[in-house]
Write a protein that binds this ligand. Structure first.
Ligand code: AGP
Length: 607
């Protein structure tokens, strides 16, 4: 996800910006650039690592004490020098950096094009520089307001003009933005760690706000122009904690990033009617219509995301779908015939087994689609179609936000295929579309119940074995919940379909045995409840993840972790969040190295 920097003060801006961009590197990027005002505005930008930008600046330094900077993670337009930020209007008097996606970009581009605007890049962001300059009438704040009134989507936008030296204007809609208050100097950044070595005093710019930054400080108002009082946030974190955004562990930080990850993954791809536009999914409607089989190949958490995918593809599209462990598929001689699509799911896009299975499927004539989080990864380069999950870099070995983004990606893919083959009518598309649009708020509300999950974790710390059960989509989520717990708590846990319990594992359930049940699916609710009763009858202890308005489960479970009611098709997305938090808190209580669990690697690039 892109990173943003801004500086106004007595120092040379270029080195301050460059240093800040380096500290934002962890967000992932494919190009970087800065603009500095010194009378006129000059820009330096380059594809690739920040060192390339550094070399450019060494060869052609920029003098000036106000500037903006950016690291770009490509969404519209390939990573190259021209598409790198900052972007200017044709006069070069207005520059912008932008993090986010302008959803109505094509429409705005056509409109400006008809007025004679020429564009240098393929990005959505360049439009914003043109819009600001078009509306400028001696007041940058007014021009920015008018420009963003036309833009739909998510953004943190920072704007500078040569007409108003020593002043930067920024707005935030969804994408993060903070102001660092120094002594006679002021900073802007995507997050606190980028400038924490300069100051510990911050103003957090909230959604829907505009900020005017000068060397003397910052004034925040709403985008509509109402005054805002914002307390200064004094940040006392040490450097290590700062890197984790103030959280104790990357895993927790990443769990909390999930509402934003859903928003990012959906942004610009889904409208209110449930129509989907997936930029790098290139197959045509005829291919989608003829498709007679879907293969999903993945490992670990990505495989569990695939289990959800299978349910969605089969239920929504009625296309037979097989989910294969990639390491099994590569040696399993799969019978790939007809018109098939292989969805290879991999956060890293570098997992050796997944690559091998993907190559095998493609070699046997299946069309390969990569569902991955890493732009330019091997898997994305080899696939005919790519669906990027936009979760941002995931540091914790135990995957959380990448998993959630994989689920969202598969709903989008199902809509894309379903509309083309008329398996998804307007009403269903709207239902799923609505579900995805409200999802960030729902995940946010589950995160608000962390204390309750932490309390439930206390009852699991000394357990010998923990079982996870569910049916259908709930079973898929139970699999992931169990893996999370195993990975970081080192407790033995096992997941199975709820109906399978009585065929063997029930023999292990005795007084106090913890059983976690995921119970959201209305069609099989009573069946899952029967399994809960089988557990209770043997003295087992039931922790249920259920809709918060489900009164029935309160009569059976020992602990209920509530999630907001959702369409059953989308239920699993929220249901996984309490399970992630449960694993986290059990591991924390047991004193483990949460971000780097023993014996495990983030990316398994060997067989
Ligand atoms: C998940 O918590 C694990 N780190 C692991 O199961 C992982 O999902 C698996 O190794 C696949 O990785 P990938 O998504 O990068 O291919």
């Amino acid at each position: 996800m892109c990173g943003i920097m801004g500086y106004v003060g007595p120092r040379e801006a270029a080195p301050v910006l460059l240093d800040g961009l380096r500290r934002l590197e962890y967000r992932g990027y494919d190009s970087a650039g800065i603009a500095v005002a010194n009378g006129a505005i000059s820009v330096r930008k380059a594809e690739g690592k920040i060192d390339r930008l550094g070399a450019l600046l060494e060869a052609a330094p920029l003098a000036g004490t106000a500037g903006i900077g950016h690291t770009r993670w490509a969404t519209h337009g390939e990573p190259n020098d021209v598409n790198a930020h900052p972007h200017s209007d044709p006069s070069g008097e207005f520059v912008v950096v932008h993090n986010g996606i302008i959803e109505n970009f094509s429409r705005l581009r056509d409109e400006l094009g008809a007025e004679g605007h020429d564009f240098a890049s393929d990005t959505d962001s360049e439009i914003l520089a043109h819009l600001v300059s078009r509306h400028y009438d001696g007041d940058l704040v007014a021009a920015v307001r008018l420009a963003v009134a036309r833009a739909e989507g998510a953004y943190a936008l920072v704007v500078m003009t040569s007409h108003e030296p020593g002043r930067i204007v920024a707005v935030r809609r969804i994408s993060p933005l903070v102001v660092g208050l120094g002594d006679g100097e002021t900073f802007l950044a995507s997050d606190i760690p980028a400038v924490l070595h300069h100051t510990r005093d911050f103003l957090v710019v909230e959604d829907g706000e505009l900020v005017v930054v000068t060397a003397d400080g910052a004034v925040i108002e709403t985008i509509e122009g109402e005054a805002v009082e914002r307390d200064v946030l004094r940040v006392e974190w040490d450097a290590e904690r700062a890197e984790k955004g103030g959280y104790d562990h990357f895993m927790l930080k990443e769990i909390y990033e999930q509402p934003a990850v859903v928003t990012e993954t959906v942004a610009g791809r889904l409208d209110a009617e449930g129509s989907v536009w997936l930029e790098d999914v290139r197959f045509d409607d005829a291919f989608a219509a003829e498709l007679d089989r879907i293969w999903v190949a993945a490992c670990g958490t990505a495989y569990h995301a695939g289990l959800v995918g299978r349910e969605i593809f089969q239920r929504i599209l009625r296309i037979p779908t097989s989910v294969e462990y990639a390491h099994e598929m590569r040696y399993g001689d799969p019978i790939i015939t007809g018109s098939s699509l292989t969805v290879a799911i991999s956060q890293s896009g570098e997992t050796a087994d997944t690559l091998a299975a993907a190559r095998l499927a493609a070699g046997r004539g299946s069309r390969l689609l990569a569902l991955t989080n890493v732009v330019g990864s091997t898997l994305s380069r080899e696939a005919a179609d790519v669906l990027y999950t936009r979760a941002g870099p995931e540091v914790s070995v135990a995957s959380t936000k990448a998993y959630l983004a994989m689920l969202v990606g598969q709903y989008l893919l199902a809509l894309r295929i379903g509309r083309a083959r008329h398996a998804v009518d307007a009403e269903l598309a709207k239902r799923i579309g609505h579900g995805l649009h409200v999802l960030p708020g729902q995940v946010e509300s589950v995160l608000g119940n962390e204390a309750q999950v932490a309390a439930a974790a206390e009852s699991l710390v000394d357990a010998d074995d923990i079982y996870f059960i569910g049916r259908g989509l709930d079973y898929a989520v139970a699999m992931e919940g169990s893996l999370k717990l195993k990975e970081i708590s080192y407790l033995h846990s096992e997941a199975m379909p709820a109906g399978e319990l009585k065929h063997g594992t029930l023999a292990l359930v005795t007084r106090g045995t913890p059983v976690v049940v995921v119970i959201t699916q209305g069609a099989v609710y009573d069946k899952t409840l029967s399994a809960v009763q089988e557990v209770k009858a043997r003295g087992g202890r039931v922790i249920a993840v259920a809709y918060e308005d489900d009164d029935e489960i309160l009569r059976h479970a020992d602990t209920v972790l509530g999630i907001p009611r959702a369409d059953d098709l989308l239920g699993p997305v929220c249901a996984v969040v309490p399970l992630q938090l449960l694993a986290y808190h059990v591991a924390k209580l047991r004193g483990h190295d949460i971000d780097q669990p023993r014996n495990l690697a983030k990316s398994v690039t060997v067989e």
